[in-house]
Write a protein that binds this ligand. Structure first.
Ligand SMILES: [Zn+2]
Length: 73
């Protein structure tokens, strides 16, 4: 089964169609971290928040605590 990428993002990041989908993925990442922590193993899932992408109008996850900000001109 191939991934369905209707509107790939120029950033190359995984794109979620809406906020709810991004939140669901965040929760899965959180759960993965919790299980890894219980087992004392490293976990590569570090996403902590979702943000709406200005380029693809979709949603992405980031490990940064604050959303990416465009630099003031
Ligand atoms: Zn995007």
């Amino acid at each position: 089964m191939k991934h369905r990428h209707h509107h790939p993002c120029p950033t190359g990041k995984v794109r979620f169609p809406d906020h709810q989908a991004a939140v669901d993925a965040l929760h899965k990442a959180q759960t993965a971290r919790n299980f890894a922590d219980q087992d004392g193993v490293p976990c590569s899932r570090r996403e902590v928040r979702s943000y709406e992408c200005t380029q693809c109008k979709g949603w992405h996850l980031t490990s940064r605590a604050t959303p990416p900000q465009s630099r003031p001109a």
